[in-house]
Design a binder for this molecule. Structure first.
Ligand code: ZN
Length: 223
């Protein structure tokens, strides 16, 4: 594995929303997983957390419930349950290598054991139960050199590369990089030829395929 510092980062507004705790679950997991791979954004979130802490201390104090301290101390004593140990043991080295926490926790098993759904030649998708409303989260796994169908979408598509790399009109995205595409983009990502590409994708809004095969492929991505 060649771990390099990411070149493409999350938008500042996303980091601010993450720090404020106002992101939805799927985007929070994606952000936290990018932070695991990106010292620059970790530093920025720490800075935002510090600012948030100062603002919080300037607000009027609120009385805590009488058992609040006991509850917090009890949480510190919590140890992983036998079930969690069993899940951890089921995750193979490949998955540990490529999938950082907290995303690994949500997957809960090895990449090879997941029920991937075929979405085209050398393209597989694993929908994750993280999305709510119009938010959809999934893992996308493509073979080296594979091209995803050209598409645009009504919302924002955020893609975090976990393994390999892909290119589109806006650049080349490798491990740790985040691609943010809006409804104005109509892109056709192509994976680098020398390795498979594994991405974590969160789409807020509904996909709308364009291009030659768009109409054909639409049913396969459950629009
Ligand atoms: Zn970053």
């Amino acid at each position: 594995m060649t771990d390099t510092t990411p070149v493409f980062h999350l938008e500042p507004e996303v980091l601010l929303a993450y720090s404020a705790g106002s992101l939805d679950e799927a985007n929070s997991v994606l952000t936290a997983t990018h932070l695991a791979l990106c010292p620059r954004c970790r530093h920025e979130v720490a800075r935002l957390d510090a600012v948030g802490g100062i603002l919080t201390t300037q607000l009027a104090p609120t009385a805590l419930a009488s058992d609040a301290l006991t509850a917090v101390l009890a949480r510190l004593d919590e140890v992983p349950s036998p079930v969690e140990d069993k899940v951890a043991a089921a995750i193979d080295d490949e998955t540990r290598h490529w999938v950082p926490e907290p995303l690994r926790h949500y997957i809960g098993t090895s990449l090879s054991a997941l029920p991937w759904k075929r979405r085209g030649f050398a393209i597989h998708e694993l929908p994750l139960s993280l999305g709510a409303g119009s938010v959809r989260a999934s893992l996308i796994r493509t073979g080296g050199g594979a091209a995803l169908p050209a598409h645009s979408h009504d919302g924002v598509e955020t893609t975090l590369v976990l393994r390999g790399a892909f290119r589109d009109d806006s650049g080349r995205y490798a491990r740790g990089d985040v691609s943010t595409a809006t409804s104005a983009d109509d892109h056709r990502p192509v994976a680098d030829p020398d390795d498979e590409c594994l991405c974590f994708s969160v789409i807020d809004g509904s996909l709308r395929l364009t291009g030659r095969f768009g109409r054909l492929l639409n049913p396969f991505i459950r629009i």
